[in-house]
Unconditional design. Sequence first.
Length: 275
Amino acid sequence: MRKIGLHLRLESTLDELVERARRLGVDLFQLFFVHQTTGAPVRFSVEEVNSFLALRREYFQDLYVHGSYWINLAGLEYNGIRAFEHELRQTKRLEFTHMILHPGNAKGAKNKIQGIDALVAILNDTMKRERDVQLVLENAVHGKMTVGSDLEDFAILKSKLDFPDRISFCVDTAHAYSYGYNIADPTKMEEFVELLDRTMGIDRIVLIHLNDTMHKLGSCIDQHIVPGEGLIGEEALKRFVLHPRLKDIPLLMELPVLDEAAQVAALEKVRSWHK
C-alpha cells in the first residue's frame, strides 16, 4: 500500500504532533524544526525527546524534516551552515530518517555553477561523516540564480558529488509547474518524467511533494493549495502520481492552513486515486 502523508506544523509539543498525525491517519509526516509562530529554531528537552522517541518508534517508520529557510547551502554570501548543522543534529537526535533541503540560491556568486560547487562542497563534507540521515534535495521554483529549479542542475550536481548514490531527491509538483514544466499536459508530463530520470534518477526519488498551485505556468511563485483545486488539477496530478515509473514513491502534501476535517478530506481524495 502506498504511503501518504502530510506536512504538519509544530504548534506545541512533539507528542501533540504525533497524536495529531495519528488522528489524521497518515503513514508519514514532515515538519520544520522552527516555531510555527516565531520562526525561531526549536530546542527540545531530554524528557520531550524521550517521550517522542517512544511514540515515533511505535507508530512510524520513515519521517521527514524539511530544512528551514535559514539554510542556503548554494550561497556564497550567506549559506546558513550553522542552521543546517543544528537541524541535522536535531534530525538525528529525534530519529527522523530523511532531511529535505532546497538546494539554495547562489547569492554572491558570479554564476549558478559557483553555487552548485558551494553546495557540493558542503554535501561532500557532510557525507564523509553522516550515514544516519538521508539527505534529500528538492526541486525549487524560483528562477535566475536558484539551484534546482532547472532539473539539469541536478545532473551537474551529481557529476560533482563524491558519493552520488547517497543523495536522494524529492519532486514537488507545484514547484515544477510554477517553474515552467507543464505537467498538466499529458505529453509534456511524459517528457518531464523522462527528464526526472535523466537528471535526478527515478531510482533516487524517495518522496513526491504532492501540491497544486493557483499560480500560472512559469510564474516562479511558490504557493501551494490542495491537490486538485489549482491550475495543475486533479486529473493531471492523479495521472502523474500513478505513472508506472512513479507509482510506488511515497506522497506527502504540504497543505495551506486548514482544519483537521479539511486535511482528512484531502487525504481521502488522494487515497481514493489508489483504489
